[in-house]
Design a protein around this ligand. Structure first.
Ligand code: ZN
Length: 58
């Protein structure tokens, strides 16, 4: 089963982007570089505001 994706708003620049909920590496904002997701060994820690959960089949 695929993990969930989350639409997250960057707290610094308000860019919205979709991130993987179990990211194994840090995911940075595409606009300003603020780290939005940090890997914690399992479920990733999301640093921005989660706007919605995005279910993706693949
Ligand atoms: Zn940003």
């Amino acid at each position: 089963m695929a993990g969930n994706f989350y639409q997250v708003r960057c707290p610094d620049c308000e860019n919205e982007q979709v991130v993987y909920g179990k990211a194994a590496t840090e995911v940075a904002c595409a606009v300003c570089g603020h780290v939005l997701v940090r890997p914690t060994g399992g479920k990733a820690a999301i640093e921005g505001e989660v706007l919605e959960t995005v279910e993706r089949g693949a």
